[in-house]
Design a protein. Structure first.
Length: 424
């Protein structure tokens, strides 16, 4: 997802010589790391790569390190004996190497950063839309957003909904490639992920993994039921495949929470979950969304597909609301058990409060479940995400059960969901 590009860009910005080692392309270089002496390792690298290495002015980049997981243990000695040399490592499906390593990890000496696909704000920057981004980023409840800014941003967001945030796909879109070429590139990237996955996770039948991945795309917005994945796939196989896809970063699980208080993860139910893909581009590749010389209009898409894309895009942006390191914030939802139907699409912990988030694929829709949830949990703030301009209103009404409920509702268009913590 652009990890290699990021490290190369970092070296250029920092004015450091990039010493790049790719363990998948040059597996023989692993033997140079057999010693625990970082100076000896650099000396061997200097000979192997035919470059002079000055630790004070270089950046050592270990790419595709999942192909040489044992090298991770050597980073301890670089940290302790050569702290002036920055070392960056990147890899695909690195979680598998970490889960099965037979060496002592240098705890406290390595910082991990998970890389997500590009978000909508980055997509706007890639297209040179800094002015538009500044206009929407500055919006706060109680302020007005110009109709022009709303209309232009909504247009760009629909294109983002078709393109997604995979760097290579975004680059093709920025370069003016036709929509059908963008769609083909999404399919090629999905095929590359599948090939990588088969290489490093050969412990499970590839057909089962494909069935579960397809089931994730088909079930977007609904509870993911392992028993309903497909013919010939047993429930325990589907659960294992879903966990593997999650570990690989191709899928994220959205867990059920009772949402009676914080932390939300204290009241989860393991058998209740939804699932989303890492990027909407993967969804298009899986579902075969059409594209020719132009992308289809939002209104021309089947209502069921609009609902699926709505849930996917919301999850993708909510995972970018965490400013710290790690693999993104956990995503949760709520669903009434037994009796009357009711569901809250997403529930998040924002600024020490429980915030329910209601999604609407268009500009209108009922909020009966949200009203009832706000009454039962005695909450005072909720978010509605739809196609309307941003807004805020104080509601004073009665639920379908006749209970009086009052709360503040912040209306956020889909293109602003990534900025939710600042807005609130």
């Amino acid at each position: 997802m652009g990890k290699t590009w990021l490290v190369r860009d970092l070296a250029a910005r920092a004015g450091r010589q990039l010493i790049e080692v790719n363990f998948e392309r040059d597996p023989a270089l692993k033997r140079l790391f057999s010693t625990n002496d970082p100076r000896q390792i650099l000396g061997e690298l200097s000979l192997a790569l035919s470059v002079d290495i000055d630790p004070e002015r270089s950046l050592l980049f270990l790419d595709e390190i999942q192909a040489a997981g044992e090298v991770l243990a050597k980073l301890r000695w670089f940290y302790e004996e050569m702290p002036h040399l920055p070392v960056a490592a990147a890899g695909s499906l690195l979680e598998f190497s970490l889960a099965e390593h037979a060496f002592s990890m240098p705890v406290g000496r390595i910082a991990f950063q998970h890389i997500e696909p590009m978000g909508f704000s980055e997509y706007l920057l890639a297209h040179g839309q800094q002015r538009l981004l500044s206009a929407i980023r500055a919006w706060r409840p109680g302020q007005a957003l110009s109709a022009t800014a709303h209309e232009q941003t909504a247009r760009w967001f629909f294109r983002f909904a078709m393109v997604g945030g995979m760097p290579a796909v975004v680059a093709a879109d920025v370069a003016g490639r036709e929509p059908r070429q963008v769609r083909e590139l999404q399919k090629e990237l999905l095929a590359a992920y599948r090939a990588d996955f088969a290489k490093y996770a050969g412990r499970m039948d590839r057909d089962i993994l494909d069935s579960v991945l397809n089931a994730v795309a088909a079930s977007l917005g609904r509870k993911f039921v392992c028993a309903h994945v497909g013919e010939g796939v047993k429930q325990h196989q589907a659960k294992r495949a879903l966990d593997l896809l999650s570990m690989a970063g191709l899928v994220h699980q959205v867990r059920y929470t009772a949402a009676n208080g914080l932390p939300l993860g204290a009241e989860v139910k393991g058998s209740f979950r939804k699932a989303v893909a890492a990027d909407v581009g993967i969804v298009h590749a899986l579902l075969g969304t059409p594209a020719a010389q132009a992308f289809p209009s939002w209104e021309s898409l089947a209502p069921s597909l609009r609902g699926q894309l709505t849930d996917q895009l919301a999850a993708q942006q909510l995972r970018l609301t965490d400013s710290g390191a790690g693999d993104g914030p956990e995503l949760y939802y709520w669903q009434r058990k037994g009796g009357r139907p009711g569901e809250i699409d997403y529930i998040m912990q924002v600024h020490g409060g429980v915030i329910p988030i209601e999604l609407k694929a268009g500009a209108a829709g009922s909020m009966k479940s949200l009203h009832q949830f706000m009454f039962e949990r005695s909450l005072g703030l909720a978010v509605r995400v739809d196609a309307n301009p941003p807004s805020v209103m104080d509601l004073d009404l009665k639920t379908t059960q006749g209970q009086a409920v009052r709360y503040r509702l912040v209306g956020v268009p889909f293109y602003l969901l990534w900025n939710l913590p600042d807005i609130l």
